[in-house]
Structures are given as structure tokens and as C-alpha cells.
Design a protein around this ligand. Sequence first.
Ligand code: FES
Length: 235
Amino acid sequence: MSTATFPEETRARLEVDAKEIIGRYPRQRSALLPLLHLVQSEEGFVSAKGIAFCADQLGLTTAEVTAVATFYTMYKRRPTGDFHVGVCTNTLCAVMGGDEIFAALKDHLGVGNDETTEDGRVSLEHIECNAACDFAPVVMVNWEFFDNQTPESAKRLVDDLRLGRDVAPTRGPDRLCTWKEASRVLAGFSDGRGAEGTQAGEPSLTGLRLARERGWTAPDPDRLPVGDDPEGGAA
Ligand code: FES
């Protein structure tokens, strides 16, 4: 066992949650991703204590757990603010203004990429495509969508977050939860708010409506020509 450990009370509480998570999988090591979210929900990041806890619960080495925790960017290795602000700077959002938004927030907050404001409220990160290109440029706060942003609206957003005002995403729940609370949901413990608010925006629904009007359906994968097989093999 690693020497980095949670205090006894914390560990006992996390073990109850870990047992529930592990019980959802046929092989216990499959529970590593939600377990990493669980320890992140405790401290706001995946610390050496969190790594050791996951390894102990799953019968893995700390090197194995560290390899996974450092591969996925949703796991943070140093303290993260109450609100993780991700600015999409992937191709479509970038050309629609994402680069300007990111530059404006860096300047406004006085932090660089993957850094946190001194008050511990906001962490800034440029992120890759979040499959919301029809709402570009997109900003995400604790993985909730803020669509069609501008440098000015994004600055207002982070100001509101730092001042503790209630902020609602464009789609999703009626108000934001904290980074730690979001991590607990990602660990598999629902906060019961998954059905709140707008689920799909009009741009996304337009394609569906057009397809229905025109009788379009997805192609039958068994009849795709060679080279178009979605599994990547020969038809
Ligand atoms: S490029 Fe930003 S959501 Fe897809």
C-alpha cells in the first residue's frame, strides 16, 4: 500500500462508494474510470492519495492507475477551481471565434491554459471538440454547454462565476454545480438533475426534422460499398 492515504473517515466513506461502483462491473479493474472521478470529487483533482486509493480498491499498481489518470484530460493532476471553464479551440469553434474567446479569458482572468485564478474559483483550459459544433463557438463550464459565445459574453460568464451568482447553461440543468459535484455525477452518482432544462437545441433538431420531412434514413451498414464500412473492414 502507498504511504499516501486519505484520513480514516474520508477513506471509510469513499470505500462505501467505491464498493458500489465496483459492483456494477463484471471485472473490478473496469471500474477504474469512475473511481478516478470519485477521488476527484473528493479533492477536486486526482492526487497521489487518490491514485493510491484506486490502486488499493482495484488490486492495481499505482503505476497502472497513474498511466490511466495521465492519459485522459478530464482527470486533473493539480487542484482545480470550483468552475472548470473549457473553451473549445478545435477547428470550427476556432474559426467562429473560439481563439478570440480563449485569448480574452486568459487576459481577463490573468491565468494561462490549465491554470486557476488565485481565488480558486475558475480554472481555464482550451479543450477539443465537444460535439457541439452546431453551436460554435462553445464554452463549457464543468462540462455543461454555453453556446454561441463571444469574448464579451464569456467574460461576463466568468465574472458571474467568481461573484457566486447563479449561472444556467444554455442546455442542461437549471443551474451549474461545482467541479467536485460534477465529478461525483461522472463517478456514477446521479444528482437527479439529468432531465432538467433544454436537452437539444434547435440547430441539432433541424437536421432531424429535415430528414423526417424528406424520408431520409441512415444507410444500411450491410449494403455499404467497400471502403465505407463503418467498422473499418471490407464489406
Ligand atoms: S469544434 Fe467546438 S464543439 Fe466541435
